[in-house]
Design a protein around this ligand. Structure first.
Ligand code: ADP
Ligand code: MG
Length: 221
C-alpha cells in the first residue's frame, strides 16, 4: 500500500521557490492501477519521483509497504528502490554500449549467475524480444526499446511499477502494447502508477487523478 499524506515539494532556484507539488494526498492499494494526468509542469514527474524514493518531499509523509520513505536517507532509499520499485521513463534510459540482455541484467547489479540470466531471458521472451537479446539499443525500434526498459524494470520483482509517460515516444500500436504489459504486471498482483496523456490505460484504472499547478484537482476542465 502507498500512502501519500500532505506531500509538497519545493524547488529553490536562486531566490525563487517553485512549488512543484502541493499538499497532495493519495492512497493506492496493492494491486491497484493509478493513472495520473495533467498539463506539462503540473508536477506529475515530481510526484512519481517522490513516490519512488528518488526524491525527498519537502514536507509530508510517504509510506510504502509500511515503510516510511520520507524519513529515510539516500542510501536507505536506494535500498528501498532496488527492492520495491520498477521505473519506466519516456526516453527509455537504456545504456547505449550494453546489449539488450545486459541492460536488463544491470537492474540486478549485473549479477551474471545463471538464475539472473535465466530470469532476464524469460522476461525478454515474454516481451517478444528474444531475438534482440544481443542487440544494442540503437538497433531497436522505439517500441522494442520501451519493452526492454519494462524488462529491466521487472527484473528485481518489484511490487510497484512507476511509469512516466512511457508511451510518449511511441506510435498508437506500440503504446497499446506497453499499456498491456503494465496491465499484465497488475494482474500478477503488482501496483501500477502511470503518467499518461493517452486514454488506453483508462480501462484498467482504479483511480485517475488530475494535477494542476502541483495540486490534485477534482475537475480537470
Ligand atoms: P510535469 O512532469 O507535470 O511536466 P514536473 O514535475 O517535471 O512536471 O515539474 C513541476 C514543476 O517543478 C515545474 O514548474 C518544473 O519547472 C519544476 N521543477 C521540476 N524539477 C525541478 C528541479 N529539479 N529544479 C527546479 N525546478 C524543477
Ligand atoms: Mg514530466
Amino acid at each position: 500500500m502507498i500512502l501519500i499524506e500532505k506531500v509538497s515539494k519545493i524547488f529553490r532556484v536562486g531566490r525563487n521557490e517553485v512549488h512543484a507539488i502541493q499538499n497532495v494526498n493519495l492512497h493506492v492499494l496493492q494491486g491497484e492501477f493509478l493513472v495520473i494526468r495533467g498539463p506539462s509542469g503540473s508536477g506529475k514527474s515530481t510526484l512519481l519521483l517522490t513516490i519512488g524514493g528518488m526524491m525527498r518531499p519537502t514536507t509530508g509523509r510517504i509510506t510504502v509497504n509500511n515503510e516510511e520513505l520520507s524519513k529515510m536517507n539516500e542510501p536507505e532509499r536506494a535500498q528501498f528502490r532496488a527492492k520495491n520499485i520498477g521505473f519506466v521513463f519516456q526516453m527509455f534510459h537504456l545504456l547505449p554500449y550494453l546489449s539488450v540482455l545486459e541492460n536488463v541484467l544491470l537492474a540486478s547489479g549485473f549479477q551474471r549467475d545463471s538464475e539472473s540470466r535465466e530470469r532476464a531471458r524469460e522476461l525478454l521472451k515474454n516481451l517478444g524480444l528474444s531475438h534482440r537479446e544481443s542487440h544494442r539499443p540503437s538497433e531497436l525500434s522505439a517500441g522494442e526499446k520501451q519493452r526492454t526498459a519494462i524488462a529491466r524494470a521487472l527484473m528485481n520483482r518489484p511490487s510497484i511499477l512507476l511509469a512516466d509517460e512511457p508511451t510518449g515516444n511511441l506510435d498508437p500500436e506500440n503504446a497499446e502494447e506497453v499499456i498491456r504489459h503494465l496491465h499484465e504486471f497488475q494482474q500478477n498482483g503488482g501496483t501500477v502508477i502511470v503518467v499518461t496523456h493517452g486514454h488506453s490505460a483508462d480501462q484498467y484504472a482504479n483511480q485517475i487523478v488530475f494535477l494542476r499547478g502541483g495540486e490534485i484537482v477534482e475537475n480537470p476542465s
